[in-house]
Design a protein around this ligand. Structure first.
Ligand code: ADP
Length: 559
């Protein structure tokens, strides 16, 4: 910018100088030409007067150093010339000023010499005798004037240039200095040039916009970082050479790495061959998925190549610029899948046994192989097996209903004591038949719950306490109000459960003694239903059992 200002100022100075020179020269030249012309006119008149009075004698004594005098007769022949030999001179009749003088008495003209460096002024006057006196003077042209003044012009020109340069440098510095000192962090605080105000206002508004955009971007980045940091899925971003660009804490934990691994090759972090295979496929542009074991769990590994456009030979090509790896915990899903498979197999197996028995008995009856006395016991067996199946199907339906969360059932105020009383009333005849004393004690405990589910909890626990008991044994059902929960306690003096089985009896179809369970009409689903129903009520189950002494199950329903 300084250079530009400097150049402009110099150019203007030069142009002004040249224009002034032309103007001054023009005016001066015009003025001196007029003066010279007037002088010549005057001298012509004087010479004409002299020649009229004295004839050629006048011309002989005339000082003609500064001008040329010519005397021409009426036919144009030169009678006298102060600078040339008259015999050598041509006829002057054709000359413009002489013709005018012959015609009008006086004539003037100007002519350039061959070189254009000199101009001659001519004045001619007719005398009374018909002859013409002509005076001419050489006049310098503008060009000769210029050449003659070359030295002073050069001096003035150099002085002007030096002054312009000095001025230009100072001026350029003065203009540029405030611009260099502009405070662009606070554009509106600059007051030096009013002309810059629109620009500064624009800069200020753009800066504010940029700051806002930056804040927004940072906010979004923070949000994204928080999500990535806290997500339980592992996430790794690799560049095209397999170096780690980003890794979230979940992924680092699974690979036993720390945050220092960023920038390192993934192969230095994990030597797992299966992982390497998945990553190399993804780096080759192939979306790859695999289930792998990490940190004691099963993880679904999804490696997706990240493509970007590359321009080569004016064609857009897609190239792999990195890989995004997602590690999703599928341990629970796989466990649930496994459980579902086991459940289906168990259900089929459990249903198959009574069905085979029923079909066997029915076949015998059909073939007439059963004597009439045995008919009733056979029918009884078919009925018992069918009942088992009904019980099994009912339990399966209850369980799947509980698996769905029992959303259609409504919670209401229930007195646990009243509910237990109803269950015991139901089981009294059964207990009597088995020779077991079934007793309820405790107090009223009103809680919020689903009556049907609470009923199945009390029923299944009492049913088990009776089923796995001895003749003459006891079952005590106790209801209590505790500080933060309602307590249901079912205590029996039955066969008890070995510690090794205690953990598993709440699993589906798990029985300690399969044949005994079947004998007493168990399906292996009773305690699973209790567990699920308790979970829906956020209740805690505690089991205390001693083999050969009895079992106590406590269920605490929080208020
Ligand atoms: P089942 O229909 O076979 O009774 P449950 O799920 O109710 O199935 O119980 C699972 C197993 O736990 C039973 O088969 C039994 O071996 C054991 N069990 C449950 N309750 C008791 C108890 N009160 N005393 C001894 N064993 C019990």
């Amino acid at each position: 910018m300084t250079k530009r200002i400097f150049r402009s100022i110099c150019l203007v100075a030069f142009a002004v100088f040249a224009a002034s020179l032309v103007l001054i020269m023009g005016v001066l030249y015009g003025y001196f030409s007029n003066v010279q012309q007037n002088q010549l006119r005057m001298q012509t008149m004087l010479a004409a007067q002299g020649v009229s009075d004295e004839g050629s004698v006048y011309l002989d004594h005339l000082e003609t150093r500064n001008f040329r005098i010519t005397w021409v007769d009426a036919s144009g022949e030169v009678l006298y010339d102060s600078h040339s030999d008259t015999s050598q001179m041509e006829n002057h009749l054709e000359r413009e000023e002489i013709q005018d003088a012959f015609e009008k008495g006086y004539g003037e003209s100007r002519r350039y010499s061959v070189t254009l460096l000199e101009r001659s002024l001519y004045c001619a006057q007719r005398l009374e005798d018909g002859t013409v006196i002509r005076l001419s003077v050489a006049q310098n042209t503008v060009l000769t004037l210029l050449l003659g003044m070359a030295q002073p012009i050069c001096i003035v020109f150099l002085a002007a240039i030096m002054l312009s340069v000095l001025l230009a440098v100072r001026l350029a510095r003065q203009i540029v200095k405030p611009l260099n000192e502009l405070n662009l962090n606070e554009p509106l605080s600059n007051r030096e040039y009013d002309e810059l105000s629109p620009l500064l206002r624009r800069i200020d508004s753009q800066q504010r916009q940029l700051k806002w955009q930056e804040a927004e971007l940072q906010k979004k980045q923070r949000e994204l970082d928080t999500i990535v940091e806290n997500m339980k899925e592992g996430m790794i971003l690799l560049n095209q050479t397999g170096k780690i660009i980003s890794i979230n804490p979940s992924a680092a934990k699974l690979l036993n790495a720390d945050h220092h691994c960023v920038g390192k090759d993934i192969l230095t972090v994990s030597r797992d061959l299966e992982l390497q295979e998945v990553l190399s496929k993804a780096l080759g542009g192939e979306q790859t998925e695999r289930t792998m074991a990490f940190g004691g769990g099963n993880y679904r590994l999804e490696a997706s190549p990240v493509f970007s456009d590359l321009e080569s030979d004016s064609e857009l090509q897609k190239v792999v610029s990195g890989v995004a790896v997602l590690m999703i915990d599928v341990t629970e899903k796989e466990r649930a899948e496994q459980m579902r498979r086991e459940f289906t197999a168990n259900v089929s197996h459990e249903l198959k046994t009574p069905l085979h028995a029923i079909s066997g008995y029915a076949e015998l009856l059909q073939n007439g192989m059963v004597q009439s006395d045995d008919m009733i016991p056979f029918a009884g067996k078919i009925y018992a097996e069918a009942q088992r199946m009904v019980q099994l199907v009912e339990d399966i339906i209850s369980l799947s209903h509980l698996d769905e969360g029992a959303r259609d059932m409504k919670q209401e105020e229930v007195d646990l004591y009243g509910l237990a009383k109803a269950v015991i009333l139901n089981l009294e005849s059964e207990a009597e038949a088995a020779g077991i004393t079934l007793e309820l004690s405790g107090e009223s405990a009103v809680m919020k719950g689903i009556p049907q589910l609470l009923h199945s909890i009390v029923y299944n626990l009492c049913d088990n306490a009776m089923k796995y008991n001895h003749r003459g044994g006891r079952v005590d059902v106790i209801i209590k109000n505790e500080e933060t929960s309602a307590l249901l306690l079912v205590r029996d003096t039955g066969i008890g459960i070995d510690p090794e089985h205690q953990k598993r009896i709440f699993e589906r179809f798990y029985r300690v003694d399969k044949s005994h369970s079947k004998q007493v009409g168990g399906t292996g689903l009773g305690l699973s239903i209790v567990k699920h129903a308790a979970q829906i009520h956020k209740a805690r189950i505690e089991l205390h059992s001693v083999k050969g002494e009895g079992t106590t199950v406590a269920v605490r329903f929080p208020y």
